[in-house]
Design a protein around this ligand. Structure first.
Ligand SMILES: NC(=O)C1=CN([C@@H]2O[C@H](COP(=O)(O)OP(=O)(O)OC[C@H]3O[C@@H](n4cnc5c(N)ncnc54)[C@H](OP(=O)(O)O)[C@@H]3O)[C@@H](O)[C@H]2O)C=CC1
Ligand SMILES: CC(=O)N[C@@H](CCC(=O)OP(=O)(O)O)C(=O)O
Length: 309
């Protein structure tokens, strides 16, 4: 018998990407609402309760509403929004992040998908913090670039309205972006990271960078030690890959159009200054790819079915 899946928000940017990834799969049956019913609370409630799994691709408030409409204890939820990423009782849907995390996701009833930027940041720093190479009380900085599809339908419409747009635009200037608490909590660090995102004039893709003065840390780890810790952390993953840090340049497009997450430890081995760099697709491992990966795990299906690696 196939698994019944309802995507709430199925015609949004993330929802459509998930639909594409699930299309044609014989192990999944999708519940699809007609366009005139897709925001109808009664029709949504019926679909939410008929599904084995629901994937919420909605603004935060609509996600909270959707969860409140589920009145059975069988339907399991994957939420792509920011609503539940730091909420007790929800499992953080990043199977590679901690030992045992994949098992926790596989058995969870409520899974919150990581944010797109936190996916890159956490993948880079969490294994190094866990290994004691980065002190947990270090004030971290994360600089990041995103394609404009990261802002959903509204930002896409803005960028594609025929008027000129800047090549790159820094935002979140007040250092209070919604991803900061998620990054701090799941990295398990004492201080909120300084997060400096910018949106660039390309549809999809992300480049997330954490600069580190390794020479100032108590253990003075080498670049090689950091790379080895990352390689060890992700050695079993078909999705998160660690590549050599000797590239002359790294592009935001490197993993666009895929569900991969690529990590590099670049920098200057003599001075002990490092640039940890992650590339991913905000709509891939940053959203839809992560949701499909979590669905596969939760439903006991082929772990990489529907993913582009
Ligand atoms: N874009 C990205 O790269 C990422 C997005 N996310 C998260 O995923 C979620 C969805 O984002 P995204 O796809 O970009 O957003 P979009 O704005 O592209 O899509 C959201 C969809 O939800 C629909 N919607 C809004 N309110 C309701 C409601 N009450 N009932 C039913 N449907 C509703 C919208 O309808 P309508 O079409 O009528 O506007 C739209 O189709 C957000 O929480 C976002 O934070 C997470 C990671 C990355
Ligand atoms: C370019 C851009 O605007 N990106 C969005 C982040 C993407 C998003 O809203 O998704 P999640 O929070 O669910 O990851 C932002 O900075 O708010």
């Amino acid at each position: 018998m196939s698994t019944r899946v309802f995507i709430d928000g199925a015609v949004g940017t993330t929802g459509l990407e998930i639909r594409d990834r699930l299309a044609g799969r014989t192990d999944i049956e999708q519940i699809i609402l007609d366009d005139e019913l897709r925001k109808d609370a009664k029709a949504r409630a019926e679909a939410l309760n008929a599904a084995d799994f629901v994937i919420l691709c909605l603004p935060d408030a609509a996600s909270r509403e959707a969860v409140s409409l589920i009145d059975n204890d069988r339907t399991r939820v994957i939420d792509a929004s920011t609503a539940f990423r730091t909420t007790e009782g929800w499992t953080y849907g990043f199977p590679e992040l901690e030992p045992g995390a994949a098992d926790a996701v596989a058995s969870a009833a409520r899974v919150s998908n990581p944010g797109c930027y936190p996916t890159g940041f956490l993948a880079l720093v969490r294994p190094l913090i866990r290994a004691g190479l980065i002190p947990a009380d270090w004030p971290l900085t994360v600089n990041a670039l995103s394609g404009y599809s990261g802002g959903g339908k509204a930002m896409i419409a803005d960028y594609e309205n025929g008027t000129p747009h800047s090549a790159a635009r820094a935002y979140a200037m007040a250092l209070a972006h919604k991803h900061v608490s998620e990054m701090q909590k799941h990295a398990r660090v004492e201080h909120a990271p300084i997060f400096t995102p910018a949106v660039v004039n390309t549809y999809r893709g992300m480049l997330v960078e954490v600069p580190l003065p390794l020479h100032a840390f108590p253990r003075r780890p080498s670049l090689a030690a950091c790379e080895a810790a990352l390689r060890d952390a992700y050695k079993a993953s078909p999705i998160v890959r660690v590549v050599d840090g000797d590239a002359a340049t790294v592009a935001i497009e490197d993993d666009a159009g895929t569900d991969r997450l690529t990590l590099r430890v670049c920098g200057n081995a003599e001075t002990g200054q490092a640039r940890l760099i992650a590339t991913l697709d905000n709509l891939g491992k940053g959203a839809a790819g992560a949701a499909v990966q979590n669905l596969n795990l939760m439903a006991g299906l082929d772990p990489v079915a529907g993913l582009t690696l």
